[in-house]
Design a protein around this ligand. Structure first.
Ligand SMILES: *Cc1c(COP(=O)(O)O)cnc(C)c1O
Length: 457
């Protein structure tokens, strides 16, 4: 069934791995809107960001012009422990679907953290260490980012304080223990350790927390503890920059065999894996050198692109972070308990938001039971047990391949398989037992949330 010329797995050798990250902003005619100071609504300057973020990461965050940023040697060496990641030709899935489409996926689950998040975690830890800091703080929802960051921090001997959304802290003890194995401290959020945590607990006793709230706590601790900075695992420009390693490897692997994709698909939570996967392809598209159909897939329960507003909004519940212009559901939006924890953020990367707004990419939303059906179909033929987040991309790729079967089109589809789902078996259990629902927010609920958007002119 294989077409001989293309192996099941396309690996690059060490010399073919990218030596620089690609910054897609350099090729964007309309740059993503700047972060604004939440008080003055003026663009944030580097010195205003420096109590919160590491200096070199701030420079990357604000750099809209440098196309290639060399990857420091220490980070390259760390990447070599688990990269290059394979680009897999999904021969078995193609056969099962009986589709003329050719399907490839870039698999980022081959490291202990189980997802692509390690690509940026190691970069952020490196710059914190280089600046001579003692440690970093962060939030984690389902735990993938916290896990990746604790691995990265232990590599560089940095302290790592993780604020974990309380409901996940209680429901996902295994993730928590992986983080502690790598030396991180893990605190359920909201906690009594911070002013914002105490305030939220007073207003909502018994709350099980949210990502926005955990961000506020982590930022407060970073800015009030000498030698600490805050790091974030998605949404920010710097994170998409680091994740460009996914797309650069994918492009190099495809080029090696002269393959040109027609469609590129990725799941979108804060936009980092998708932004990274598409970056070199989007660069070609922006420069008018090639065209690709690019599709973001989000949960119907948290539809930032497909039903959100393109507006300045807070990145956190405590409203201490800068304002970002993005597709957002409002910083107070609490999505229904969807099992793809990594896709439950109210906002979206400013870079992807601008590209979507300018018509360079599309977005669709999918209900969760269909996502799990696709995950299971994929697991049974391709062997990998996907993360629920990744399964959103699988669902869209399968649908596209089925459409190709009807039309006879031999499209080449590439999608990002961001991680494995071994820590998500409770979600799989709910699906198997028929106890999973597909809550989709009503227009009235979204309108109520949009009312809380800050007024910025
Ligand atoms: C965090 C996560 C995502 C979503 O985050 P993005 O920043 O949108 O990439 C997707 N898949 C997995 C496995 C994750 O851990």
């Amino acid at each position: 069934m294989s077409d001989n010329k293309i192996p099941y797995k396309i690996y690059l050798n060490e010399n073919e791995m990218p030596k620089a990250w690609y910054n897609v902003r350099a090729d964007m005619k309309t740059k993503p809107a700047p972060l604004l100071n939440p008080g003055t609504h003026q663009p944030m300057k580097a010195e205003e960001l420096s109590p919160v973020f590491c200096d070199e990461l701030i420079a990357q965050e604000l750099d809209n012009d440098t196309a290639y940023i060399p990857i420091p040697e220490d980070i390259l060496n760390f990447y070599k422990m688990y990269r290059p990641s394979p680009l897999v030709r999904a021969y078995c899935l193609e056969e099962k679907l009986g589709t003329p489409a050719k399907i490839y996926y870039k698999f980022e689950g081959n490291n202990t953290s189980g997802s692509h998040k390690l690509n940026s975690a190691i970069a952020q830890a490196y710059y914190a260490k280089k600046q001579g800091l003692k440690g970093v703080t962060t939030e984690t929802g389902a735990g993938q980012w916290g896990t990746a960051l604790s691995m990265a921090c232990s590599y560089f001997g940095l302290d790592c304080k993780v604020y974990m959304v309380k409901v996940s802290y209680e429901q996902k003890p295994f993730r928590r223990e992986v983080m502690r194995t790598y030396g991180a401290s893990v605190t359920p959020s909201p906690s009594m350790e911070t002013a914002i945590g105490r305030k939220i607990l007073e207003a909502h006793p018994g709350t099980t927390g949210s990502l926005g709230c955990a961000i506020s706590e982590a930022v407060e601790v970073a800015t009030s503890t000498p030698g600490y900075r805050y790091v974030l695992g998605s949404v920010l420009n710097q994170v998409l920059l680091h994740q460009s390693v996914i797309g650069l490897e994918t492009k190099a692997a495809l080029d090696k065999y002269g393959i040109k994709p027609d469609v590129i698909i990725g799941c979108a939570g804060g936009g980092s894996n998708l932004g990274g996967l598409i970056s070199p392809f989007m660069g070609e598209k922006l420069r008018g050198e090639a065209d690709y159909q690019i599709i973001a897939v989000e949960p119907a329960s948290c539809p930032s692109f497909t039903r959100g507003k393109f507006a300045y909004d807070f990145c956190d519940t405590g409203m201490v972070c800068p304002l970002a212009k993005m597709y957002t559901l409002g910083s107070n939006f609490i999505p229904a308990p969807n099992h793809a924890g990594g896709l439950r953020y109210h906002g979206m990367s400013s870079i992807l938001s601008q590209l979507y707004h300018d018509g360079y990419m599309e977005a669709i939303s999918v209900p969760q039971t269909e996502v799990f059906a696709a995950a299971e179909e994929f697991a049974r033929v391709e062997g990998i047990l996907p993360a629920p987040e990744s399964a959103h991309a699988i669902k869209a790729a399968i649908d596209m391949a089925k459409k190709c079967k009807e039309t006879g089109e031999e499209k080449t589809i590439v999608f990002g398989l961001t991680g494995t789902g071994y820590f998500d078996m409770v979600a799989y259990e709910k699906y198997h037992d028929g106890k999973m629902d597909d809550y989709i927010p009503t227009d009235a609920e979204l309108e109520a949330s949009f009312k809380t958007l800050p007024q910025v002119d």
